[in-house]
Design a binder for this molecule. Structure first.
Ligand code: NAP
Length: 329
């Protein structure tokens, strides 16, 4: 009987010795959130030579989250970065190669599939797309001008920079309310600007925000301008019902209005829906045989770490089955 440590060593040796090229993989996973890491734990453990090309921020969106209270197995919660480092270590334990790089281009026309980063080319018999989603932008020119100079998309990352300042959060979903509540730890006041008079956020987060004396809601309003000079100093909002504009003093503007899937590099390569999410036909299969997708890049409904991890597991099992069927022919 082998010990767990010996079993890991055996797996790793098999993975290394069964392949001649160090740039060819059974499975290439693009993206390193919960979906990608979970899939890699399964595929590497199944002795499939697996690479994760992580993107420039390994760990994905959870790297910018403070406390994760709803991931099962952590009764006292765990921080997002800790959870992702745990997943990475668990993945590496079974032999996954992790490369911190951005994929710039893919070629899914022929097998093996080709995946290009700025400096390398990899090939793979199977690809899992788990590139997740990125924060949506307001689309104002001034938003771009002041990005990193008071405009932020991540309260966890940037909140401490706004101590004793007036802060504005845009959005009415869970993220906006969670971030606003978090930001009250630092800011003098937090105003939530929402385009409707009704929130999308869950009841528990609404209650917390309504009870917080530092939070004020500005309903039916949109941000129309941001001014400096060198960093954010004022934010102009427009009442959508009356058209009236008001300029508020603010040192920080946190945009929390949802996400867009990271699928630009897959356009014209596989089926995407009208919002850019990867379309799945048969469980985790895309329209291209051998290319699978999991997590927020496909799922705009649930978007939870645990559901992304679950989709990653499903994709890995589908990949194992597909590879054994294809190779068996
Ligand atoms: P979301 O649920 O899509 O909410 C986005 C919010 O931004 C909505 O209130 C929307 O307004 C508003 N919005 C969208 N585009 C806008 C624009 N161009 N200008 C102004 N406002 C705009 O996104 P999310 O809050 O990031 O949440 C995403 C998912 O993650 C959800 O499933 C959520 O439950 C989950 N999540 C859960 C937790 C938690 O459980 N602790 C924390 C964070 C996120 P409308 O309401 O008018 O559409």
């Amino acid at each position: 009987m082998t010990t767990p440590a010996e079993e890991i060593k055996d797996n790793t040796d098999d993975i290394v010795s069964s392949n001649v090229s160090d740039r060819h993989f059974d499975v290439a996973i693009i993206g390193s959130g919960p979906a990608g890491y979970t899939a890699s734990i399964y595929t590497s453990r199944a002795k499939l030579k697996t690479i994760i090309i992580s993107g420039s921020l390994p760990g994905g969106q959870l790297m910018t989250t403070t406390e994760v209270e709803n991931f099962p197995g952590f009764p006292n919660g765990i921080t997002g970065p800790e959870l992702m480092v745990n997943m990475q270590q668990q993945s590496e334990r079974f032999g996954t190669k992790i490369v911190i790089d951005e994929v710039t281009r893919v070629d899914f026309k022929n097998r093996p599939f080709k995946i290009y980063t700025g400096s390398e080319e990899y090939t793979a018999d199977c690809v899992l797309i788990s590139t997740g989603a990125s924060p949506r932008k307001l689309g104002l020119k001034s938003e771009g001008d002041y990005s990193g100079k008071g405009v932020s998309y991540c309260a966890t990352c940037d909140g401490p920079f706004f101590r004793n300042q007036e802060i504005i959060v845009v959005g009415g979903g869970d993220t906006a309310l969670e971030e606003a509540t978090f930001l009250t730890k630092f800011g003098k006041s937090v105003k939530i600007v929402h385009r409707r008079n009704e929130l999308r956020a869950s009841k528990i987060l609404q209650e917390r925000a309504f009870e917080n004396p530092k939070i004020e809601f500005i309903w039916n309003s949109a941000v129309v301008d941001i001014k400096g000079p060198s960093k954010v100093a004022t934010v102009t909002i427009k009442d959508i019902t009356t058209g009236a504009e008001t300029t508020l003093n603010a040192g920080g503007l946190f945009v929390a209005i949802g996400h867009e899937p990271n699928t630009t590099i897959f356009k014209n390569q596989l089926d995407l829906d009208e919002r850019g999410y990867v379309v799945l036909n048969n469980n985790t299969r895309t329209n291209i045989a051998g290319v699978f997708a999991a997590g927020d890049v496909h799922d705009h409904r649930y978007r939870q770490a645990i559901t992304a991890a679950g989709f990653g597991c499903m994709a890995a099992l589908d990949i194992e089955k597909w590879l054994s069927e294809t190779r068996g022919k």
